[in-house]
Write a protein that binds this ligand. Structure first.
Ligand code: FMN
Length: 330
């Protein structure tokens, strides 16, 4: 019996199978970050047939200060709720769970779009993209934490089955987590415990906003693949702390290297990290990266690289992929 078709029950969440459509920014939002018909049509096409157990909606900015790009979706104020609700409805109508990803881009924000100064963990150049930000003050951090909580509340109001905190791909929370971009000397910098202090505060704020029964996911940019950056050991320790703090699902991707692994293009190229993390935690782990064939997804499940498998670019090219993948093993 193939694992890919097997449901996964966590007590809080039921995944009907192991396939996840990962967050993929399609840049079809309105200038105000509202969901457009173009966005709805895109997701409608990708979710048709309901073959994915879960769709994580692309990263939405939680404050204008943290906006990454011109046509990114917003979850920064209540005007975004009706559009996000329509989007959740499109996904859920297909028979797939909908989770919305919440993000602050930090030093990767586009100043020309926000009209505001770049702010990040420390005044160092972001190795992936972006400039040199101002160091966030404690008041700035408080505002970010608060904004994540408010955004999560909007996710609930829009009918999502869960929210995902974005801490990967060199965005703000990743900037705190990675020693490459966090050179703070206060309680938010230095040790791993300090570098993920903001994560714990965000999780607490989100939990307060959504209640104990609501699923909270976190996407962790586990490893940087760069000298002086985070490695697997840090990722495993962080994962355990994040689990303890109340995260329900860990979604594993890359850190300052973005969503690609500079050292490997093999299907499931973050599999080594996700496998080590999965062995250390009890909550489900999603692994994503470079999967093209259904057999590759099944092999990753079998080798314990993840409980759930994200497939993005392959599905961008072929909307019927997930249905065929499940069919292969029936
Ligand atoms: C165009 C594009 C947009 C993306 N947008 C996001 C995003 O909004 N949030 C996120 O966490 N990852 C984003 N990603 C990363 C994907 O979720 C995924 O991790 C990555 O594409 C690797 O998986 P794949 O090889 O199956 O595509 C994006 C990737 C692409 C190609």
């Amino acid at each position: 019996m193939a694992i890919i078709n097997t449901p996964l029950e966590t007590g809080k969440i039921t995944f009907k199978n192991r396939l996840v459509y990962p967050p993929i920014t399609i840049a079809k939002g309105s200038p105000d970050g509202l969901v457009t018909d173009e966005s709805l049509n895109y997701y409608e096409e990708k979710m048709r047939g309901g073959s994915f157990s879960l769709c994580v909606v692309e990263h939405c900015y939680i404050t204008r200060q943290g906006r990454a790009s011109a046509r990114q979706l917003s979850i920064a104020d209540d005007t975004a709720i009706p559009g996000l609700a329509k989007l959740a409805e499109v996904i859920k109508r297909a028979g797939t769970m909908a989770v919305v990803q919440m993000n602050h881009a930090g030093s990767c924000t586009m100043e020309e779009v926000t009209g505001m100064k770049l702010k990040g963990a420390s005044p160092v150049r972001n190795p992936r993209h972006g400039g040199v930000p101002e160091e966030m003050t404690k008041q700035d951090i408080k505002e970010v934490v608060n904004a994540f909580g408010k955004a999560a509340e909007r996710g609930v109001a829009a009918g999502y089955d869960g929210v995902e905190i974005h801490s990967a791909h060199s965005y703000l929370l990743n900037q705190f987590y990675s020693p490459l971009t966090n050179q703070r000397t206060d309680e938010y910098g230095g040790s791993l415990e300090n570098r993920i202090r903001i994560h714990l505060e965000v999780i607490e704020a989100v939990r307060k906003a959504v209640g104990s029964d609501y699923p909270v996911f976190l996407r962790l940019g586990a490893r940087d693949y760069a000298e002086g950056g985070n490695g697997t050991e840090a990722a495993v320790r962080a994962a355990k702390i994040l689990e303890e703090a109340g995260v329900d699902v860990l979604d594993i991707s890359g850190g300052m290297c973005g969503y690609v692994n500079p050292e490997s293009q093999r299907p499931g190229y973050f599999g080594e990290e996700s496998k080590a993390i999965r062995a250390a935690v009890k909550i489900p782990v999603i692994t994503t990266g470079g999967i093209k064939e259904p057999q590759e997804a099944e092999a990753l499940l079998r080798e314990g690289a993840g409980d759930l498998i994200g497939v993005g670019r392959t599905v961008m090219k072929d909307s019927s992929w997930a249905g065929r993948a499940l069919e292969c093993f029936r």
